[in-house]
Design a protein around this ligand. Structure first.
Ligand code: PSV
Ligand code: MN
Length: 426
């Protein structure tokens, strides 16, 4: 199903006057402080975050799964769902596919559908953490790190296939996340596992088209609980460095041990020109994959503060591939993704309000109190009307969640697809 522009305009009319009041008040305040509000709005309009194809159905845990009904059961329907989110927000202009869950049957039709919804294909993701039906070799003891050459070759060939699929869709990057590691001490030789992984990545890297990037994700634990081959950003950075200039580190917010200083990681990777991609989510304990900004919004703001600084000061770092990597056990996946998008844009807007010159001066003077005041002044600004204005300018809904509910989109999806459809993915 597709949303018509007029439906959004109609719904927007009801909240227009209160939006205008709030926006005019804030825009005046910010202008008086010396901010270029127009410029901030256009940055917000430009900021697009990819939706992962596997986040459109209920996530579930290993204890069970509760469907939200009307889930997309094929690639076309997944793309249509992303189209709904994008129509309502105009901030989700890309989809990230996971292979083999999303192999297109008809490339032309899929490309046409995506472009009719104004969507691009962002990074394509390989999957060597699950055994596929009829696969010759098993990834039980790892994929790119495996001691068996045959297993490594199968995993390498899969990654090359993924590049090929992505290439036909217009994608420009491959994201590699490995579940490789060990569950018990002694199971793996750390050096052999690392070296095998490096060699395998080098081979995949050689198959990258010139204008592609390889994004290497890290994660300290799960599904292996004693060690992972790429546990942290430093290991990912080493591997990427040896692969070459088209390889980068990808930061997934959930892939850190508790209390890690993620903003510092982001900052140094950008200084080194090696931050390639970003997966947004939030967590209380581990890789909880909760809605972005739902648990630690201040941490998300501090991360964005470094991202904004890096985007302005580190031309050596490429444009980033932004993606939400969340999972929804009890919420409507589309509503949850809209909430994540809102939180991401909100943190971005607040980070754009940090007075970088004043901060630099306060840092030089050793005025710690002022430094904190500057950051918190930006953080405490209610920027929601800026986001509304950006959405209005782009033809989206003033309040995407309200519009989603008003249009009864989930009910329409259930009527169209049936209740008990199940999305492929996690
Ligand atoms: C792993 O937890 C991960 O975050 C990686 O990004 C994967 O690509 C994604 O989940 C789904 O497989
Ligand atoms: Mn991820």
């Amino acid at each position: 199903m597709k949303i018509k522009k007029e439906q959004i305009l109609d719904i927007n009319n009801a909240s227009m006057s209160s939006h205008k009041d709030n926006y005019n008040f804030l825009a005046n305040q910010l202008t008086n402080k010396g901010f270029n509000v127009k410029n901030i709005i256009s940055k917000l309009v430009e900021f697009q975050v990819a939706i992962p194809s596997w986040a459109l159905g209920a996530g579930g845990t290993r204890f069970g799964r509760f469907s939200f009904y009307g889930e997309p059961s094929n690639l076309e329907q997944k793309i249509e769902d992303v189209g709904l989110i994008h129509a309502l927000t105009q901030t989700a202009g890309a989809v990230s596919l996971h292979i083999p869950w999303d192999v297109p049957e008809d490339y032309r039709a899929i490309k046409e559908l995506a472009s009719s919804l104004d969507l691009k294909f962002d990074a394509v993701n390989s999957n060597t953490f699950q055994d596929q039906t009829n696969a010759k070799e098993s990834y039980k003891y790892g994929s790119l790190c495996n001691t068996s050459q045959a297993v490594r070759e199968q995993a390498i060939a899969h990654n090359l296939d993924v590049i090929n699929i992505g290439n036909q869709l217009g994608s420009k990057s491959l994201t590699v996340w490995l579940a490789d590691g060990s569950s018990f001490p002694g199971q793996n030789n750390f050096q052999t596992a690392f070296q095998n992984t490096q060699n395998s990545l080098n081979t995949i890297y050689k198959g990258l088209p010139d204008d592609w990037k390889m994004l290497i994700e890290y994660k300290p634990y799960e599904p292996n609980f004693y060690s992972t081959v790429i546990p942290d950003w430093g290991t990912s950075f080493m591997l990427a460095n040896e692969c070459g200039e088209k390889a980068f580190t990808l930061v997934d917010l959930g892939h850190h041990l508790p209390n890690s200083n993620i903003e510092q990681i982001v900052s140094i990777l950008m200084l080194k020109g090696k931050l390639g991609g970003f997966h947004f989510n939030d967590s209380k304990y581990g890789d909880d994959d909760l809605t972005a900004g739902s648990i630690k919004p201040y941490a998300l703001f501090l991360i964005f503060n470094e991202l904004v600084y890096g985007m302005e000061n580190n031309p050596q770092n490429p444009d980033l591939a932004w993606m939400i990597d969340a999972s929804h056990n009890i919420k409507d996946p589309l509503e949850d993704l809209i909430q994540s998008l809102e939180a991401i844009q909100e943190s971005y807007a607040k980070a754009l309000l940090v007075d970088q010159d004043a901060l630099k001066e306060a840092q030089q003077e050793g005025d710690v109190v002022k430094c904190q005041e500057i950051l918190q002044d930006a953080y405490k600004t209610d920027v929601r009307s800026l986001l509304e204005k950006a959405r209005l300018n782009a033809g989206a809904a003033i309040s995407p969640i309200k519009a989603y509910r008003k249009m009864r989109l989930r009910n329409h999806l259930i009527t169209e697809r049936g209740k008990h459809t199940i999305a492929t993915g996690l």
